[in-house]
Design a protein around this ligand. Structure first.
Ligand SMILES: Cc1ncc(COP(=O)(O)O)c(C=O)c1O
Length: 389
């Protein structure tokens, strides 16, 4: 399938966070926004078509989750991820971040420890602190090339009473796709200390050639210890529609999670989310293949353009996700100066690494899900700004 990812789409005026919210976010209006994790590409035509057809029916009433929606996701998991999930394990949820909060509330008691592995997607921290649980940090270890899980320290957290681990798989922002042996080692600790894992696999479809995403729940010998959160939002660029799924093998945990959603009266389906969710999983495979191919090309372009600038800015080779992690420590700027340099000197809107917690100091996160010419323009601005230093 050929898909046009090159033609820019004007997003200004659609009340979109990435563009319309950029001036307020960065304090700079003339800037190329390559920050929050959505894509500047149109969703698959099959999704847009399904939404248009639904919108043509002028009654937008209370909506069910049809059987066909569950089947579309189950088929996707089986064909794409080689994971046969029983239908009764599936719960639908109003987003992955709400699911993290719900998991904290349902699976732990107030004050109990939940582990996160920074640098990591910011709301992981909030899901622990805002639910009144104890934040336990197991920072990833960086050897200069690659990030790894610190098993010794994870075991230390477990001994200190951690009950739950929030795993980011693939890992935003460092781009790791965890390998089978890494997941096995992690589960050894989880089982030994009677912990649970909430595995956030929202980026699972966005994997670069040479790497393979392994669903933790599919490989785990004790699947009841693993709850998986996923969504079509990153894969098919429909994050504003806000529908996600949880895979929960144990009935007791499913009940506990459903109770939390019920307490908040969060069970209501949105007719547009339902239609987009099903259309994406049913008809989005070829589009997704084309997307992954385009993203690999964008990643290669970033690597090539950064190669000539003497190492001031280094790409940490990504294995998955469209979020690239750039090591800017050689610039020797503090985090405020570094953010200011990118925003006001280079005039590009990137996320500062420090937003992702410990280990993020001196790094920047670049969203490459944008037409290549725009990405090149942004990199051109960055390279020009670097020359002026
Ligand atoms: C790891 C991760 N989890 C969750 C989300 C957001 O999920 P949702 O929009 O479904 O709450 C993101 C978005 O960037 C993410 O990177």
């Amino acid at each position: 399938m050929t898909v046009d990812f090159d033609t820019p789409i004007e997003r200004t005026g659609t009340a979109c966070l990435k563009v319309d919210g950029a001036a307020a976010r960065f304090g700079q209006s003339d800037l190329l926004p390559l920050w929050v994790a959505d894509m500047d590409f149109p969703a698959p035509a099959a999704v847009t078509q399904a939404l248009i057809e639904r919108a043509r029916h002028p009654v937008y009433g209370y909506t069910l989750y049809p059987d066909s929606l569950y089947e579309a996701l189950l088929d996707w998991l089986e064909t794409r991820h080689h994971w046969a999930v029983p239908r009764e394990w599936l719960l639908l949820a109003p987003g992955v971040v709400p699911s993290l909060h719900a998991a904290a509330l349902a699976l732990t008691e107030p004050g109990e420890g939940i582990v996160i592995q920074p640098p990591v997607y910011g709301p992981f921290r909030g899901a622990v602190t805002e639910t009144g649980r104890r934040l336990m940090e197991n920072p990833l270890r960086f050897d200069g090339q690659r990030y790894r899980i610190d098993y010794e320290h994870l075991e230390h957290c477990a001994r200190q009473g951690a009950r739950l681990l929030f795993l980011c798989s693939p890992h935003n922002p460092v781009g790791r796709v965890w390998q089978a042996d890494e997941l096995t080692e992690l589960m050894r600790i989880v089982e030994r200390y009677d912990m649970r894992v909430l595995s956030d696999e929202i980026h699972h479809d966005l994997i670069y050639p040479g790497h393979r995403h392994i669903p933790l729940g599919a490989q785990a010998e004790a699947p009841t210890r693993v709850i998986t959160a996923l969504a079509p939002s990153k894969s098919f660029n429909v994050p504003g529609l806000g529908l996600s799924a949880l895979i929960v093998p144990e009935a007791r945990q499913r009940d506990a999670l459903q109770r939390v959603f019920r307490q908040m009266a969060l069970g209501q389906a949105n007719p547009f989310s339902v239609v987009a969710f099903e259309a994406a999983y049913r008809n989005g495979a070829d589009w997704l293949d084309a997307l992954c191919n385009y993203l690999a090309g964008n990643r290669d372009r970033v690597r090539a353009m950064l190669a000539g600038q003497g190492g001031a800015l280094r790409l940490i080779e990504p294995e998955g996700t469209y979020l690239l992690w750039l090591d800017a420590r050689a610039l020797a700027m503090d985090d405020a100066a570094l953010a200011g340099f990118f925003t006001h000197k280079a005039r590009v809107g990137l996320n500062a690494g420090i937003e992702y917690g410990q280990g993020g100091q001196g790094f920047m996160r670049l969203n490459i899900a944008t037409p290549r010419a725009r990405l090149e323009q942004a990199l051109g601005r960055i390279l020009t700004a670097l020359h002026t230093l």
